[in-house]
Design a protein. Sequence first.
Lengths: 332, 290
Amino acid sequence: MGSITLRNVSKVFGEAKVIPSIDLDIEDGEFVVFVGPSGCGKSTLLRLIAGLEDVSGGEIVIDGKPATDAPPARRGLAMVFQSYALYPHMSVRSNIAFPLKMAGMDKAEIDRKVADAAKVLNLTDYLERKPRQLSGGQRQRVAIGRAIVRQPKAFLFDEPLSNLDAALRVNMRLEISELHQQLQTTMIYVTHDQVEAMTMADKIVVLNKGRIEQVGSPLDLYRKPANLFVAGFIGSPKMNLIEGAYAEAKGAKTVGIRPEHMVLSHDSGSWTGTVTIAEHLGSDTFMHIEVDGIGTVTARANGDFACRHGDRVYITPDENRLYRFDEKGLAL
Amino acid sequence: MATTHTHSAARLMMAPSVILLFAWMAVPLGMTIYFSFLRYNLLMPGMEEYTGFLNYQYFLTDPAFFAALTNTLLLVGGVLSITIIGGIAFALLLDQPIFGQGIVRILVIAPFFVMPTVSALVWKNMFMNPVNGLFAWISRSFGFAPLDFLASIPLLSIIIIVAWQWLPFATLIMLTALQSLDEEQKDAAEMDGAGAVSRFLYIVLPHMARAITVVILIETIFLLSVFAEILVTTNGGPGTASTNLTYLVYAQALLQFDIGGASAGGIVAVILANIVAIFLVRLIGKNLEA
């Protein structure tokens, strides 16, 4: 129903080659997250799929039919924008009804669909309000409501949670995931936040400078990063990347070790170092440690591990969970 | 205590300008009201005497008054509709990315900087003149008899001239409104299946409502008192065909030397302008809230 295929898709703005060439398959019903640092072309890629930008080359196939030159409305996709893009002069009801009205649906049918969508999204009491009278989370839900009434082949989300506060973001993250479970419709979600990517995605597409660095399930990317970029981007706090004598001893240019794959101790271990900063989160403690002969390393310890700035500690990296990378940054 | 002192000190400092401004408005208004109750004709100096409401009675029963009232409303309404529709159309065009956008925009704004007397004379002598005018030349080259604009359609001619002057203002305000429209809203409407016309009707036009309100209010204030264009083109004629209230008051005072009657007319014009203002604010003022 909602499979999307990109073949050699490229996008050029004037001189700037934003997306050199991308091939990607999105299966029906998948929750795909495009993730990458800002300016990596992930929003452009989403707009190309939506049809809001024209491709400079290559082709887009939606649901088995070529859609490269189709106008946005014909592609059967719905988009939720970063600013929500609600129509400020229309009530919530008219906002949600707008795509149906444009499709020329009759009034009774529109009312029924709007009521259904409002019920799913807990908006029934707010239908007569204007967008400016709603909170951020409610606006977000109206934007989603406007998308779901069209029963699109796929939903496109462009950083939809970046304008919400932290607590609401966690909530909406769950709501969107639940919505995906309910509807089983393809969703493409763009974010720069790797936590959102890890928690929501069936499949993550890591983008960097307009290129796909790696595609895979969240745990695939976490366990088997294909290169240094993915290794550094996925996981929080970031993986420690160590060069020099220690890496050479392991037969690699760079060795990566995640903060959570180190054992800390007060009495013995393979490395010794001085704690420069300790961040106590309660459940965990993240420590920045100046390790002798290695450099600065971030390590995670249990929240009960007692340490303070300036303490000497012993660290033992888990040798089975080392990542090795060659000169080009590719995993060995 | 300090703030109380500051407040009274501030009031004291501001008093001269407030008093000056108030006097500036109150004295002429008071004198006009005073004159409107006098029989005061410049041809009979020293004969002023109190006449009660007689000046008002004469002014309001004068057939020229009703002609002038209709002309005023037609002038305001005509210019408003041309400038608003034209202004939106020009704004939509100027919003498109074109080569030499900056120069084109300056050219469009230019008529606003031409003073009313000059532009009316340019129109009168270079465009609408039945012998030498551009329009006469065009109709002659198609074999038609040239139209004597200011003699046969005087009011419409003045509406065209004034609309030409005010179109840039409307265009400018509409253009800024258009450019402040969120791109994502347009994108969203496009995704929602709205074509160019629907996008304009449902998204762009409601977004411009406030700008349209501003244009209507500001233009109405100025258009109620159009004078120079009438004086240099038709002198209010033929007959009273292009006389508006402002021009009628001028004719009463400085052509018939009837200061009393002109003052009464001035007060009537003030009252009418206030009625129009109340209507406008009631009708469209809510667009300016929030």
